[in-house]
Design a protein around this ligand. Sequence first.
Ligand SMILES: Nc1ncnc2c1ncn2[C@@H]1O[C@H](COP(=O)(O)OP(=O)(O)OP(=O)(O)O)[C@@H](O)[C@H]1O
Ligand SMILES: [Mg+2]
Length: 581
Amino acid sequence: MSIRRLPEHLVNRIAAGEVVERPASALKELVENAIDAGARNIVVRLSDGGIGGIEVIDDGCGMGRDDMALALERHATSKLPDDAIERVATLGFRGEALPSIASVATLTIESRVRGAEGWRRVIDNGKLVEEGPAALPPGTRVKVEGLFARVPARAKFLRSERSEYAACVDIVRRLAMARPEIGFTLEHDGRRAIAVQPDETRPERVAALIDRELVRNSVAVDHVREGLLLGGVAGLPTFSRGVADHQYLFVNGRPVKDRLLIGSVRAAYQDLLARDRHPVLALFLEVPAEEVDVNVHPAKTEVRFREAGLVRGMIVGGLRAALDSAGHRSAQRPSAAALGRWQTEPLAPQWAPATPSSQGSVWDNAPAYAPQPMARAEQAFAPAPAAVEYPLGVARGQVAATYIVAEASDGLILVDQQAAHERLVLERMRRAMADGGVARQALLLPEVVELDEPACDRLEARASELAEMGLELERFGAKAMLVRATPALLGASDAKQLAIDLADELAAYDEALGLKEKLDSIAGTMACHGSVRAGRILSVAEMNALLREMEITPHSGQCNHGRPTWVKLSHGDIEKLFGRK
Ligand SMILES: Nc1ncnc2c1ncn2[C@@H]1O[C@H](COP(=O)(O)OP(=O)(O)OP(=O)(O)O)[C@@H](O)[C@H]1O
Ligand SMILES: [Mg+2]
């Protein structure tokens, strides 16, 4: 398709602003051009974090000699043949990128259309300095050198090579994720940083670029609603990270960093993760072109949806459905670090091997006392059912009055009883709320809870919602509340502490969250109060009941703060611990 100058009325509609701010933004434009050119393989070479040089080589359609001259003019593009800026299907559409880059760097562009001769043009900070024939395979090769070298005002905003490089890697990773049918290679100062082959499936590509472990620790997202399509891979809450860098979001094949999308993801994981944990995921949203405006940001990284509410509901709903399907799954194996500790814990002398081990210090330095029995294994009097039938196995005992030990057909399972129970109570509350409200249990004597005035105001303002959740509160003077009833499924809970915690909860999140999330987080706080504490002795029957309920309860693999509720030592892991394997 040939390149033409855009008519004035379209030029005026293009989001104005700085296209090239740093090496990564120049790189983004060049790789997008290669993708739009129909490349099957794209090679990126960077030097000095992209500050020294950026080279992008593609095997796409290439450009003829005349088109190449036009490509370097502002507002000349091949990508809006019918002026329909509302329905753009390519990544580029403004005809701005190449001239913008060429005006602040030395840009060498070589291109060849199959069956024709290749041609080269070199533009130095906006001026054509060289042109002539070039020998290259069909496709295009663009080199950018000395970015901002003659624009000191801009050069001073460049950050360290390392951080510019990190931004470049992020760009390539996102674009490579968007297009699993294209092969990508990224080399930095001669070293290969990314190499993915063409024609991968989307999950393969995502895992290759984020983390191979994601395959075993994620669920597939696949959701359709009112002409919108949401696909991708969502990490299990137990596979979360401390930073939000590993959230890759795409709209119609375009990587975006959009506040609406980021907020929707947070809402979907809200009660599955602690506040400082972030999910790992790649989500691909496909919407009809007229539902989304991509022309709102000079670097095309933000979009505007016509129906934000629909998109938000779609993402929260799609993610929840996918995560619900994970049931009691969690990152199941104890972490390598935890296993390692288990393996090397020195034994008390009477249990240590008679011959000094290779690490003789185990024997020498071991504390000279016998361990206090922390564990208490209750005898299962009834004939123990076969472990085979249940994924989480059959309870064999309790350790430290905190952990349930169960035997499954393929290994040993440890359950954190408090974490697991908290999650079960939350899910019960949710079901009850969905079925029209949580049953209340009236207190024999209403309890007076003294709080500061704003806390009382907040609780009072939410009294009717809290009542639906089984907590009946009433204002009692300026600085106190009267608790009349608590949610029945919390059992005998501390009404006073519950009211205090809820007031805090409302203070922190009242503004920030929508009603639905607010209710969820309140339910989470309540569940905390109603759960079996660590330290409570459980009977075998109670333990088994907990295991069975976990197996059929959504999200029971993680507690309300995103930590795992259970771990498994497979028979293989146990064999490894004893050096049998
Ligand atoms: N790697 C490439 N292979 C083939 N043609 C290209 C390549 N890069 C650029 N072109 C041609 O040059 C034109 C101008 O590119 P440029 O990136 O400046 O603008 P654009 O991609 O049309 O829009 P945008 O400014 O939004 O990126 C493109 O429309 C395309 O026709
Ligand atoms: Mg472009």
